[in-house]
Design a protein around this ligand. Structure first.
Ligand code: SAM
Length: 249
């Protein structure tokens, strides 16, 4: 299907959107449109908010501090959130930025940091993670910005698992599993909600691996014969899941 308006800049706004609506932007977004993108009066942009779909809008007031947009037609209806949550041990900032952007591009529904024994980064910058997810969604015509969750521990994640959805599956990227054929291992879960878990650069501890493998909702998969860096493992695991039981099928 030809993509309409693909040359127009896209902007995520935390504000209800409707046809013929009017929107006053905050200082940061006004500066972005007027100074960074150099949008002039009458210039067009695509707005989305993760709820109402996407809308074509034009600049009616080009103030650098309080720009205003007039909304015209809806260009896309809201897409359904994907069934994939992404759970990861936080890694160093630059790689974490990359990993959050790629997980967003791969269509994940939620970003769930988890603290493990060998996790490198104790302090998490949630605003930065959110900003990276929004930027990736703006760049890649994604209408669902993944929800950023508070970090939890692996033990708590597992202890609270059933409370959410008993049919939800935890796909655990395990560099020591003998389940070599990930595609085969994933086949039974086509209709399940899934979460993909990637460990820290230092890997899971033996106790954590034993805990994970003991869970009936946990499906260990191999990402191949090479030990991948965590951010690479994220892309490989999400590609395997999307191509076997997700929207790349
Ligand atoms: N330090 C670990 C080691 O040497 O065994 C490697 C950890 S790896 C850098 C980071 C995470 O990526 C792992 O915890 C795992 O979740 C995932 N990963 C990397 N390569 C993998 C593979 N070949 N199969 C399954 N998972 C893998």
């Amino acid at each position: 299907m030809p993509r309409q308006h693909k040359s127009l800049p896209r902007l995520f706004v935390d504000h209800p959107l409707s046809v013929d609506g009017q929107l006053k932007l905050d200082k940061a977004q006004s500066n972005y449109l007027v100074n960074v993108l150099r949008l002039k009066k009458g210039g067009e942009v695509i707005l989305f908010n993760g709820q109402d779909g996407a809308f074509r809008a034009s600049l009616v007031h080009d103030s650098k501090k309080a720009a205003e947009l007039a909304l015209h037609d809806r260009t896309s209806t809201q897409t359904l959130p994907s069934k994939i949550d992404y759970i990861f041990a936080p890694i160093k900032t630059a790689r974490l930025d990359f990993m959050v952007q790629k997980a967003t591009e791969m269509g994940v529904n939620a970003l769930r940091p988890v603290q493990t024994q060998h996790t490198q980064m104790a302090r998490i910058n949630y605003d930065r993670m959110q900003a990276n997810a929004i930027e990736a969604a703006e760049q890649c015509e994604i209408l669902n910005v993944p929800e950023v969750h508070e970090a939890t521990t692996l033990e708590k994640l597992i202890a609270n698992w059933d409370e959410t959805d008993p049919d939800r599956i935890l796909i655990f990227a395990d560099e020591e599993t003998d389940v070599a054929n990930a595609a085969e291992a994933l086949q039974p879960y086509t209709d399940h909600q899934v979460a993909v878990l990637i460990g820290p650069e230092g890997g899971f501890s033996e106790a954590e691996r034993t805990l994970l493998r003991a869970q009936k909702f946990c499906v260990p998969i191999s990402l191949g014969p090479r030990i991948l860096r965590a951010d690479t493992a994220a892309i490989v695991a999400l590609t395997l899941v999307q191509s076997n039981i997700g929207d790349l099928r």
